[in-house]
Design a protein around this ligand. Sequence first.
Ligand code: GLU
Length: 441
Amino acid sequence: MAERIRVRFAPSPTGKVHIGNIRAAIFNWLFARHVGGAFLLRVEDTDLERSTPEAIRALLDCMRWLRLDWDGEILYQTSQRAHHLEVAEDLLRRGLAYRENKGGQGECVIFRMPREGVIEFDDLVKGHMKKQAKDTQDFVIVRSDGSPVFHLANVLDDVTQGVTHIIRGDDHVENTFKHIMLFRAIGAPVPRYAHLPMIVNNGGKPYSKRDGSAFVGEFRELGFVPDALFNYLALLGWAPGDDREVMSRAEMVEAFDFAKCKASPARFDIKKLTWMNGEYIAREPRGEFEAAFDARLRAAGLPTEPLNGHRGALLDEIQPRTKTYGDVPGNCRWFFAEDYPFDGKAVAKRLHAEGAAETLEAAAGALEALPDFTAAAAEGAVRGLAEARGVGLGALVHPIRVAVSGRMEGPGLFEMLWLLGQGRAVGRLRAVAAKLREGAL
Ligand code: GLU
C-alpha cells in the first residue's frame, strides 16, 4: 500500500495571520484532501519571546473561520523541546555539529554543512533546485541559552510527525538546503517540497500591509466571506487549467494539482477578490445574507426594518449588488434612516448643474401626482417629464438618484423610488432642491 501522505501547516504565532501564511495553509489543505492524506496543524511556538497566546488564539480562529479543519490534535512545537535537545547532543557526539562560543554569550551548537558537492531537490512547483555546498554556511541549531533554533525544531518535528510533503512559501527555499542536510544527518528520508510563489503587489514587490489589507482578520472585518477569501487565495499560484474561477470547495479539492501551480509570483488583486466576494454573496441563501446584512446595520446603529417596509423586495435588490458586507451601511443607509450622507463627487457632477433645483422640483411634482405609486408608474412619470421638457431620460434620472440617496450607484431608479415610498421620495427631492437654492449642498 502506498504510504499515506501527511502534510502540515506550521505557522509561527507571532502576530496577526498574513494572507501569505494562510495561502500556505490552503494549499496544504487542498493537497491533503485531494489525495486523502492527513493535514496536521503544528504551532511553531519555539520562539518563546515572540509567540503569544493571543496570536495562537487568533490563528485558530482564522483556521476555523476559513473551515481549514485539521486532523488530530494541535501539535505544539515546544512540547518536543527535550527531544530537539537530545538530537542536538547526538549530532554533537557524532561530530556532525560542534560547539562554539559566540560573542562571549556562552556556547551555541552549530550544524556542520558539507564543503563540497551539490545539495539538490526536485520542487513540485519550482522544478529542479540546487546549490553548491561551498556556497552554504554552518548554522546555529541550539542557542547559547539552550533553546533549539527553528531549523532544528522544524526538521525534527517533520520527522517525528511523519510529514511526507512540505508545502510552504518561497521565502523558505534557502532554508530547505539546510534542512535537507539535517534530514540526512538524522538518517530520515527527505520529504518532497513545494515552495509556493510569493504574493506580490502591483509593483511586483512582496505584498505587505503597506499595500492594503494583508491580514485575514482585516478581510473578515471588511465583510469578505470566508469561502470567497479561500477561493481567491487558492488561485494565487494555482489554476484548475480551465476557465473556472468561482469554485466550490469540493471542486477545488478535486482539481488541485501541483502540476498546475505556477512558480512565478502571484499578484494580489483586491478588485478581483472583491468581485469574487460579490459572486459569493449573491449566491448565499437569503437567511445567511440577512444575518450578515442585519449585523452590519446594527453595528452602524441602524434599524433593520427599512423606513418604508418592503424589506424582502429591498433585499432582492441589494443582495446581488453587495460586494462586501462592510459596504452595507454606507450603501444602504438612505433606506433605513432619514439622514443620509451625500457623496461629494455625485453632488458636484449631478446636482451642481444649472437648473438642478428646478428639475428636482418638477420631478417631485410629477411623482406626487401619481394616484398609484408603483415602480412602473414612477417610470412613466419621469419619462413623461423628460419628453415634455425635451431632455434625455438621463438628465432626470441622475439628479433624482443622487437627491434621494446621496449616491450614484444603487438599484434601478424606479425600484428605488418605489421602495422609498411616494411621500418620502417627493419630500427628499424638495428638501434637496431647497438646499441647492440656499447653496447649502
Ligand atoms: N514556522 C515557519 C513559518 O511560519 C514554518 C515554515 C514551514 O512550513 O516549514 O514560516
